[in-house]
Design a protein around this ligand. Structure first.
Ligand code: SF4
Length: 459
């Protein structure tokens, strides 16, 4: 049996090549590859960096679908199904809105693949695929070792992705993670994670967990296992960890160099509306940031604009705040109503969505605001986010944040990483803005001495 795994692209700008910056290994594909029995031949194509050979023979195609890649995923699925190939779809979008994804696939996986994969393969072999395989539920993730051999030869970023847990115990109203995992978190055994990290031979890791400190006891377990490895890692954490000196110290001792913190808003009413007022319930942002700095941790702060109190003043204050507090990196994005989230249902009920299924609009672009904000127009909000990125990654801001000896420039290595990431962000601000959703990448593929170009419009 031959199975083809596909990780789809978002889209590209008309007349331009696909954006190549910041491409990390899609870990979920390596997890799937590791679930294949020895008699299955597994092929993998990363649509972001190579052409998909639709005419190669394969028994089953598996596509991981995110909301932003839905249009492109459906176009890829249609190509294979036209050729009589069976298509299975999974990923976040399949869990968020299964009835839509089902229209484009022979079978879908809702939730995690691991609990249902062997049954799905058995059914595929016997030609009796069921329409839906449901892998949701509380359980230990078990000792799945991602098969990273599928990534060989591709120019991914030089950082190894690893997973300890899926989900998060909080319930922020915009968050698709909670919509998928139901405000719960499933872990792997910490010892297995450490063993896997050691086996990769890498020294630099991104632990991709949605919130690594959602369960502080579990975070401590992991830190204990990682401490002897002498590695560096970064991860995503909720800000309440700032109140836990012991855990911060354990994280640093285990190699943590920086944390991505969802600060979201400096406006208290916005935080309340998104169900994240706990962000400042036990300490102000200023006090929490002092804590991270005290431990030498770099902070990547993420902000979201578009809640009902947001206007130009809030956007400007947020950028001032991020500069004043010398954040290592910052993201300024507009609110995205992902299907299946409370935010989506609320905006739909209030008649504020510009398109009900905005992710399927062939004219849709990355950066489009797809709802009516209260105090700004969609165009103003889009412009506000771009302005914020240009300010934060402007020369004077990069230079001004450089002299933070506690975190950003705490060592020559940190200084190098700071400069590399901030300069990269400076030059990449406009790269993704305006990517047309579903527009197929125009990679060239060489076969039998000829050059073929795949350049179709998705959807
Ligand atoms: S803390 Fe982060 S990951 Fe958890 S629900 Fe809120 S936004 Fe999602």
């Amino acid at each position: 049996m031959k199975i083809t795994l596909i990780y789809p692209a978002v889209g590209r700008k008309e007349g331009k090549s696909y954006v190549k910056a910041w491409q990390m290994q899609p870990l979920s594909m390596a997890v799937l590859a590791s679930l294949m029995p020895p008699d299955v031949e597994t092929c993998f194509y990363d649509d972001r960096m190579e052409a998909i050979p639709y005419d190669d023979s394969t028994d089953l195609v598996v596509i991981s679908v995110e909301t932003f890649t839905a249009l492109r995923s459906y176009a890829i699925a249609a190509e294979f199904r036209q050729r009589g190939v069976t298509v299975v779809m999974g990923g976040y979008h399949a869990t968020l809105i299964p009835e839509e994804v089902q229209e484009h696939a022979d079978a879908i996986v809702i939730g995690d693949a691991e609990p249902v994969w062997s049954q799905l393969l058995a059914d595929a072999r016997s030609g009796r695929l069921k329409p839906v395989y449901d892998g949701r539920g509380r359980r230990e993730l078990g000792n799945v070792r991602p098969d990273r051999r599928i990534f060989a030869g591709r120019p991914y970023q030089n950082i190894t992705l690893v997973e300890y847990a899926r989900g998060c115990n909080f319930k922020c109203d915009f968050c698709s993670i909670t919509a998928v995992h139901g405000a719960a978190q499933n872990h792997r055994p910490a010892r297995d994670v450490a063993e896997e990290m050691e086996q990769t031979g890498s020294q630099r890791f991104f632990i991709v967990d949605d919130n690594i400190v959602s369960q502080p006891g579990k975070a401590r377990e992991l830190c204990r296992e990682l401490q002897p490895l002498n590695i560096s890692w970064v991860g995503q954490a909720s800000i309440h960890v700032a109140n836990d000196d012991d855990l911060l110290a354990a994280m640093v001792a285990s190699g943590c160099r920086g944390v991505l913190i969802g600060m979201e808003s400096i406006n208290a009413a916005n935080l309340k509306a998104m169900g994240k007022d706990w962000n400042t319930a036990h300490a102000t942002y200023e006090a929490s940031l002092r804590q991270f700095r005290k431990h030498g941790l770099a902070v990547y702060g993420t902000f979201v604009f578009g809640y009902d109190e947001d206007d130009w003043a809030v956007i400007k204050q947020s950028v001032d705040f991020a500069r004043e507090h010398q954040l290592f990196l910052a993201a300024f994005n507009h609110l995205v109503p992902f299907p299946g989230t409370p935010l989506y249902r609320r905006l739909l009920a209030e008649g504020r969505l510009l398109q009900e299924k905005w992710w399927l609009e062939p004219s849709g672009r990355v950066g489009d605001v797809v709802f009516n904000p209260k105090k700004m127009t969609p165009a103003e909000l889009e412009a506000g986010c771009l302005w914020a990125r240009r300010e934060f990654y402007g020369w004077s801001s990069i230079f001004g944040r450089l002299f933070d000896r506690e975190a950003n420039a705490s060592s020559a290595t940190m200084l190098g990483v700071y400069l590399g990431l901030n300069l990269g962000s400076h030059f990449d601000i406009d790269l993704r803005q305006g990517l047309q959703l579903g527009l197929a990448p125009n990679h060239q593929v060489k076969r039998h001495g000829k050059v073929r170009v795949h350049a179709r419009h998705g959807g």
